[in-house]
Write a protein that binds this ligand. Structure first.
Ligand code: GCU
Length: 670
């Protein structure tokens, strides 16, 4: 079970720490022009620059050696050509940080801060950049009582005991963190909107949320709320939430009008409908498009948007029913509706067809939709990937996902291209991800889990970046006060951690051998006879899910040649073999091992790797503060216990099923 950690005041993130202000170069900075985000830049400069440079002052332009502002305010004719883009360049003895808009200037300033932290001399800081993804969002799954669904970093940052819990200072700190990595939108409440949380869109909460929205907006982060599709019934006392009922339409219009009265910058709604017992349009025989468009229509006059989740499947499946395959659900529900959604609806599609497993193929819905806006939804919180006890650096996974070639528009249509291609209004593409933040002192429970948030922002900005380099950059910024050797130890662990986690858990893409409910630790058959549609079908001769033509034919949802690649057992990549095929234990993998031997080897090696993590960490004991050392050591010990449990349960189970010995004669508890 998750390690409990006491909640204390906030500490370290990648932004500069107090007391490092050694750099001798003077930074006399001038922020030219007036604007909400320009004021923010002044505040950020005042907080962080003295932590890097010894001599910092905010001065008039004529006395400055660093000038910040929009090109227009600086009286310059250059442009970047993107409202969030920026340019940093030297002009004589001055460094200029400029953008087409104040959003771009803000991001340029953060880049300047990063380069300053890394010791780059002022006048050599040349940079020009703009984000690849338009939507770079975070979804909190926080509840009003302070709990966080799938949260592993303490309680909610925002709520406690049905009241607002965060100080303005905390929100500002958090907004700084998010905006420094380019996040430009967030929801603060759970997609499962329970009774109390429906009230967030009412006058009871709107005055408070208006302040919060404003604090985030100063950092160019737009506030959205998760809303309950049945709100007209729970809040409006109507007998129906039918999206085509005039009273329902009117109720939403009035409610939205009220929201915008308080929060003119409100982004819109995130909706989980007809999914895991949440209400939705199906109850009234309406389609998802009819449901989403009704809300979109209410938001349209204010420029608001609906993020409509595609995580829709039958969660009351009979495990005996072999004709239903959960993996097919999102595509089956949404691909036929392509082109019928309003232009301010954005479909929110989980990266894989199941649910944030350590290994899944990319959802075939990407690339299938050609006339619909969509974003990919990732999970930064480590629900199925170690719950911030086990270290698992997820940017390695995301980078692989984003490099996947869907062949949607012929060869070379990578996911990253699909997510970053721009819509006219710039709103329709990008990524969102479930937050891993809580009120723990270090924000994320495991201090290394911060690298996942950092990496998410970095990759959303530029998916071409190497996740290994991002890990190094994160470690360098976050642990500037520690030795290069400690940082190297951390990075080497991070870089291996995703494949290590994969090695000691469910094999070859099959997923789901996890404890039910809380989703930590092994339980090979935990989900096997459940209604959730999550099966591995192990028997005495083999395992895996046949999703080819002889099985559920899920593979037909992919474009060619992807369907052929996955559908053919001879070409299917090893790491996804059991996701697509049911094979004998003696099936020979491309690696040259049988499936059963792979299961044994991976589980032994996974545990050995975690032992090596712990040993490497212990080797650095003298090089860091005790508190950090002990905190992480405790987590490695818990991870090791978890990995051993996985190894022994999985290996024993498959020995008993197959009767085949480990060819290397290692201990398997029979
Ligand atoms: C997972 C998770 C749930 C969550 C759901 C969702 O199934 O376990 O807690 O509500 O995803 O994404 O809606």
């Amino acid at each position: 079970m998750p390690i409990q950690e006491k909640t204390r005041a906030r500490d370290t993130c990648w932004l500069p720490e107090e007391g490092q202000g050694h750099r001798a170069e003077k930074v006399h900075i001038s922020v030219v022009g007036n604007g909400f985000r320009l004021d923010t830049i002044k505040k950020v400069a005042q907080t962080y620059l003295p932590r890097i440079f010894a001599d910092v002052d905010i001065v008039d332009a004529e006395f400055a050696n660093v000038i910040v502002g929009t090109f227009a305010d600086l009286g310059r004719s250059e442009r970047v050509g993107h409202q969030e883009g920026y340019r940093i360049f030297a002009d004589g003895s001055q460094l200029i940080i400029a953008g087409d808009t104040e959003f771009g200037v803000l991001y340029g300033f953060y880049e300047f801060l990063k380069k300053s932290q890394q010791g780059c001399p002022l006048l050599t800081m040349e940079a020009e950049d703009q984000p690849a993804m338009e939507v770079r969002m975070i979804n909190h799954w926080d509840n009003l009582d302070g709990s966080v669904e799938r949260g592993y970093a303490g309680k909610s940052l925002f709520f406690d005991n049905n009241a607002w819990a965060a100080s303005d200072e905390e929100i500002v700190q958090y907004a700084e963190m998010l905006s420094s990595i380019g996040i430009n939108a967030l929801t603060i409440n759970n997609v499962n909107v329970h009774a109390k949380e429906t009230e967030l869109i009412t006058e009871k909460w709107l005055p408070q949320l208006a302040k919060v929205a404003n604090l985030f907006d100063a950092y160019h982060i737009t506030l959205f709320l998760s809303a309950n599709f049945a709100s007209p019934m729970t809040l409006g006392h109507l007998q129906t939430a039918d999206p085509l009922d005039k009273r329902v339409v009117h109720w939403w219009k009035t409610q939205v009008e009220e929201i915008y009265k308080y929060i003119p910058t409100f982004g819109g709604f995130v909706i989980k409908a007809d999914s895991e017992h949440r209400p939705g349009p199906f109850t009234y025989g309406r389609t998802h498009a009819q449901g989403a468009n009704m809300l979109a229509d209410a938001l349209k006059p204010y420029g608001g948007v609906v993020f409509w989740r595609c995580f829709v499947y039958d969660c009351l499946q009979d495990w005996r029913d072999r004709s239903t395959d959960r993996a097919k659900a999102a595509y089956e529900h949404f691909a036929p509706l392509d082109g019928t959604f309003a232009d301010n609806v954005i479909l929110q599609i989980k990266n894989g067809p199941m649910d944030f497993q350590v290994r899944e193929p990319v959802s075939p819905l990407f690339g299938a939709l050609t006339q619909t806006n969509y974003v990919m939804e990732l999970q930064i919180t480590q629900e199925y990937t170690g719950q911030q006890i086990d270290v698992c650096y997820l940017p390695m996974q995301w980078q692989e996902i984003w490099s996947f070639d869907t062949h949607a528009n012929g060869e070379g249509t990578k996911i990253a291209d699909l997510l970053s291609s721009r819509q006219q209004d710039g709103k329709g593409k990008g990524v969102t991800a479930v937050s891993n933040i809580g009120n723990n002192q270090n924000w994320t429970g495991h201090p290394f889990a911060q690298a996942n948030l950092y990496g998410y922002g970095q990759l959303a900005w530029n998916p071409e970046q190497c996740p290994r380099k991002i890990a190094e950059e994160w470690a360098k910024r976050t642990y500037a006060h520690l030795s290069a050797e400690v940082r190297q130890t951390i990075c080497s662990i991070l870089k291996r951690s995703w494949s290590v986690y994969e090695a000691y858990t469910a094999p070859l893409g099959v997923g789901w051998m996890v404890n039910t409910g809380h989703h930590y630790g092994p339980n090979v058959n935990g989900y096997e006879y459940s209604p959730w549609g999550t099966y591995h079908f192990s028997d005495r001769s083999g395992l895996g899910v046949d999703r080819t033509k002889t099985g559920s034919n899920y593979i037909s949802q992919y474009k060619q040649p992807v369907a052929e690649l996955y559908g053919n057992v001879a070409t299917c990549p090893d790491e996804l073999l059991l996701f697509f095929h049911h094979v004998p234990y003696t099936h020979m993998l491309k690696s040259g091992k049988t499936v059963i031997q792979h299961i044994y080897d991976a589980h032994f090696e996974g545990v050995e790797e975690v032992e090596a993590f712990l040993e490497a960490w212990e080797g650095q004991k003298e090089a860091m503060p005790d508190s950090l050392y002990m905190h992480v050591k405790e987590r490695f010990e818990a991870q090791l216990a978890n990995a051993r449990e996985w190894r022994d349960q999985v290996n024993t189970y498959y020995y008993r099923m197959s009767g085949i010995n480990d060819e290397r004669g290692r201990t398997i508890y029979k």
